[in-house]
Design a protein around this ligand. Sequence first.
Ligand code: TQI
Ligand code: CA
Ligand code: ZN
Ligand code: ZN
Length: 172
Amino acid sequence: LYAYFPGEPTWPPFRRDLRYAITATSETSIDRSTLSDVFARAFSRWAAATNLRFAETASESDADITIGFYAGSHGDGEPFDGPLGTLAHAFSPTDGRFHLDAAEAWVAGSDVSRSSTTGAVDLESVAVHEIGHLLGLGHSSVPDAIMYPTIRTGTRKVELEADDVQGIQSLY
Ligand code: TQI
Ligand code: CA
Ligand code: ZN
Ligand code: ZN
């Protein structure tokens, strides 16, 4: 079953159009347009299950959600740990921060199962999971759910399960 954060924080009912900015990209070699595509696809999966809408904005000051790649300590008391371990983290509503570990072997826009890099991690899969956290979902006990707390490296998991849909629809 799905879960929420303590206190069930959500984006408030008058905020159904959320804007995200991809702000910190100097630590990744993935090009900007690929990042835009991957995050747009990840957000669209949650938009399809709710009345939420998401749009990318170039202006950080305009953004509800900020997305960036960081290496090691990056000022929020939750330092990244190099390859594997923690891949990314996102804060509960309405914080909006979504950080990715720049040290991961991110794969974007091609099939991660065909990557020869050890520990390759599918960016879109992690993005779909972290957006669930940004919207207020905690971890699920259903192994096929996007919000299940583990994923095998070299795999892709981007489709919401019935459990994820029920969880997000009970919040929005
Ligand atoms: N990052 C953890 C996660 O997002 C961070 C975390 C641990 C967390 N406990 C939390 C975030 C409680 C919110 C609430 O779950 S991670 C996966 C998964 C991670 C893990 O790097 O371990 C994905 C990031 F589920 F696949 F294992 C993305 Cl998809
Ligand atoms: Ca890591
Ligand atoms: Zn962080
Ligand atoms: Zn998680």
